[in-house]
Design a protein around this ligand. Structure first.
Ligand code: HEC
Ligand code: HEC
Ligand code: HEC
Ligand code: HEC
Ligand code: HEC
Length: 343
């Protein structure tokens, strides 16, 4: 049985078990679920699906939905199948309204296949539903809440590695361009009667989406005198690039082409936040423990002497979900390729 099949079964078993616990603990505050304004008890994304099929489909398969089933998180050296209980805090969280918007979340014991769920973000302290507007006339009766769509709501889980602090320090914060402006793009929704309204995407594209990653960077390679100048500018990420997980890495690499053929790829610079116990500097010249991620709007330039026999320069920009993988690994994504012919 492969890993995926095993996890699917595990999730199914845990899901049934979780359902039983949810049932047994009905009425208790542990899950944060109580009866909402409409008398309905909101506790699962499946309930929202009935009327919000389109939102459900965007969320389903997203990294929010898979947060507790994600094989990458369950690896032995990671959460070890969530034997490390502290890993559940954000990967299987209780609703924000229960633990407090902006506060670190706490783990729940239900709905294991729903990770970061509709309920996590949208449940109101009184058991109702939160949205941008008061809508007493619609079946789920959402109530307006500024706390619910504030950056602080994302910060409950997204500041462990300072992504929210990086955003606060950037020009985007000053301009009011919040997380949702980039991660929840406007989308058309179609009502039952066929009329259209504006919605917000729930895919939350990030490090697993090539097009999103490409938006972050402007990468150039040019000849200046007898030097190759490689330059990376963070033009589109509202925080450092890369951000969050310490194992994310961005590599700037080059090689020279001569009459004999292509040389070997050489790394000019790695952008990354090192692990706490990592003594080796990320690049020669960096201090031990120095964070080399590229802040919003910042540019990094590296100069390399061009050998006399070079006929062309090739340069690439790689994004790696983990620094411990090579170019052929599916966890490496080639973002940009440049070639400069030399006269
Ligand atoms: C029985 C149908 C039904 C169910 C179940 C339902 N909703 Fe709704 N919801 C609606 C309708 C209809 C609208 C109005 C859409 C429109 O603007 O035309 C709406 C609107 C919303 C809005 C938008 C409020 C705004 O700011 O305009 C949010 C947020 C929302 N629902 C969240 C949820 C969540 C989360 C769930 C599950 C916990 C849920 N709904 C379950 C029917 C439902
Ligand atoms: C404070 C909240 C929080 C806690 C606690 C937490 N995580 Fe996460 N984790 C996140 C967020 C937010 C992301 C998404 C950001 C990212 O992918 O860089 C994430 C992403 C990950 C990923 C990347 C998944 C992928 O598909 O690439 C791994 C692996 C991971 N976490 C492992 C763990 C482990 C192991 C623990 C326990 C030691 C843990 N997390 C505890 C919030 C948390
Ligand atoms: C309750 C905790 C929690 C909240 C609140 C939360 N997230 Fe996440 N988010 C996570 C976790 C955990 C992951 C990673 C799950 C995994 O990969 O296993 C994640 C992943 C992501 C990703 C990365 C997806 C990818 O493929 O790399 C983005 C982008 C993201 N969240 C944006 C947001 C934004 C914007 C908000 C606020 C509107 C938000 N999140 C609120 C916990 C949370
Ligand atoms: C990580 C937090 C988070 C999760 C998970 C989440 N939402 Fe949302 N949702 C938001 C935010 C933030 C908004 C934007 C509010 C605004 O600015 O209008 C929103 C908007 C909405 C809206 C109104 C806009 C639209 O696109 O129609 C609906 C309906 C909605 N969510 C339903 C759901 C449902 C159903 C699920 C689960 C399948 C879900 N949400 C999961 C945070 C979340
Ligand atoms: C100006 C647009 C923009 C804004 C604002 C923005 N982001 Fe991002 N975000 C991006 C881009 C582009 C990427 C892909 C490049 C990268 O990973 O840095 C990204 C990546 C991410 C990832 C994926 C990291 C990983 O390792 O999986 C997370 C999580 C995230 N953003 C969360 C947030 C949060 C939380 C906020 C608000 C505090 C925010 N973003 C604000 C554009 C933005």
């Amino acid at each position: 049985m492969n890993l995926k099949a095993r996890i699917t079964i595990l999730v199914a078993v845990l899901g049934t078990f979780g359902g039983a616990i949810a049932f047994l603990s009905a009425g208790g505050p542990a899950n944060g679920a109580s009866h909402g304004a409409g008398g309905k008890r909101w506790e699962s994304a499946a309930q929202c699906r009935e009327c919000h099929q389109d939102v459900y489909e965007e969320w389903h398969g997203s990294h929010h939905q898979i947060a507790f089933s994600n094989p990458e998180v369950r690896l032995p050296e990671m959460s070890d199948n969530f034997r490390k209980p502290e890993c559940m805090d954000c990967h299987l969280p209780r609703p924000l309204a229960v633990t407090g918007f902006g506060k670190r979340t706490l783990p729940r014991r239900t709905h294991f296949d729903e990770g970061v769920s509709c309920i996590t973000c949208h449940l109101a302290p009184d058991g109702g539903i939160l949205g941008r507007n008061d809508r007493p006339e619609v079946p789920c009766q959402p109530k307006a809440s500024a706390e619910f769509f504030a950056v602080d709501a994302c910060a409950s889980c997204h500041n462990q590695h300072w992504t929210t602090d990086q955003w606060r320090a950037s020009h985007y914060a000053a301009e009011g361009v919040d997380c949702a402006a980039c991660h929840m793009p406007a989308v058309d929704r179609v009502r039952k009667d066929g009329s259209k309204r504006l919605g917000r995407g729930h895919v939350y594209a990030g490090a697993h989406d090539k097009a999103m990653l490409q938006k972050a960077a402007e990468f150039t390679a040019a000849k200046a005198g007898q030097e190759l100048v490689l330059s990376l500018k963070n033009v589109g990420a509202g925080h450092n690039f890369p951000t969050e997980e310490r194992h994310r890495a961005v590599d700037m690499v080059y090689r020279f082409v001569t009459a004999e053929g292509q040389g070997t790829w050489t790394r000019a610079y790695r952008f990354r936040q090192p692990y706490r116990d990592e003594a080796e500097p990320i690049n020669p010249g960096n201090a031990s423990g120095e964070n080399t991620q590229l802040p919003a709007g910042a540019t990094k330039e590296v100069r390399v002497p061009i050998p006399a026999e070079a006929k062309a320069i090739e340069a690439r920009l790689w994004y790696r979900l983990t620094p411990f993988c090579d170019d052929a690994d599916p966890r490496s994504t080639l973002l940009f390729e440049r070639r400069v012919e030399l006269p």
